[in-house]
Design a protein around this ligand. Structure first.
Ligand code: ZN
Length: 292
């Protein structure tokens, strides 16, 4: 499932590649993924990309008038490609973009500047959204149309896990309201947005805390360690993914993680065999040697 680091890379790259480009084509080979009408999909054509950003585990494309929001769920992936190249299987939505007329003063993410994967400004570009399990959703949000978008309301989405405004003091205050198990806490989007099953395991390993520990059992230094572990884990992952995910952005790179899905392998910190349990349909991986 794409999480904060994965979608941050996609949002930054697509913003750099597509801001200022008009949509020239909008097709839905997998219409079941689309929440919106064929007329609303057609109406995207001619609108220009104002910004592409990530909210929690959603990707949002802001156009002149309308918005498109994608919730990729478990298996949704985005691909940046040249038009005319072969679609991957299970492509649900294809957006074609014309030449770039980049707005003055636009500063794309620094790591994207001059990147070899950026489409030339005077050539078209295409984004394909594919989803083998067809669980993800592409929401068309025309201006003036109210359409419910589960998971994106302020009640359902807390601060971004990497938001500078989420300081250690804010963290200490917010976490008091959540007494339950740490893994569930980190995955709770209303607490912090953007972390899912994989990165919750990584954050807990970085913080040296066991996934099934209760927040109510944490000493204050442990609450702080969880915060530091979260920030460090996400920042490191973003650095790695900037190198590894281009040029097409559809690959989910997870092999560099310390514990998640690495049951039976030695812990990179202490060498103990990593434990893996399946609970609630999710794999949880942790180290009994160095997590308490
Ligand atoms: Zn260990």
């Amino acid at each position: 499932m794409p999480e904060l680091p994965d979608l941050t890379i996609v949002a930054e790259a697509f913003d750099a590649a597509l801001r200022g480009r008009p949509i020239r084509a909008a097709d839905a080979p997998g219409p079941l993924a689309v929440r919106g009408t064929p007329a609303e999909l057609d109406a995207l054509i001619g609108q220009t990309v104002q910004a592409i950003r990530r909210h929690g585990k959603f990707l949002e494309i802001d156009l002149d008038r309308d918005r498109v929001v994608v919730n990729p769920m478990l298996t949704g992936r985005f691909q940046l490609a040249a038009p005319g190249t072969k679609f991957p299987s299970k492509t649900a939505v294809v957006l074609g973009f014309g030449e770039a007329d980049t707005p003055r003063g636009f500063k794309p993410a620094r790591w994207t500047r001059g990147a070899s994967w950026l489409p030339a400004r005077d050539s078209p570009a295409e984004v394909r959204y594919r989803d083998p399990t067809q669980m993800g959703k592409v929401y068309l949000l025309p201006a003036g149309v109210e359409r419910s978008l589960p998971g994106l309301s302020p009640q359902e989405m807390g601060p971004e896990a990497d938001d500078p405004a989420l300081t250690l003091d804010v963290w200490r205050d917010r976490i008091r309201r959540h007494p339950g198990e740490l893994k569930n806490l980190l995955r709770n989007q209303a607490f912090v947005a953007g972390i899912g099953n994989a990165y919750s395991d990584e954050v807990l390993h970085a913080a040296r805390l066991l996934p099934f520990r209760k927040r109510s059992s944490l000493a204050s230094e442990e609450v702080d360690a969880l915060y530091d572990g979260m920030r460090a884990t996400l920042a490191t992952a973003i650095e790695v993914l900037r190198e590894r995910v281009p040029p097409t952005f559809e690959t989910q790179v997870r092999d560099f993680l310390a514990v998640h899905m690495k049951g039976g392998q030695p812990c990179p910190r202490c060498g103990t065999k990593i434990t893996e349990v399946k609970a609630g349909g999710f794999v949880t991986s942790y180290c009994r040697g160095c997590q308490r």
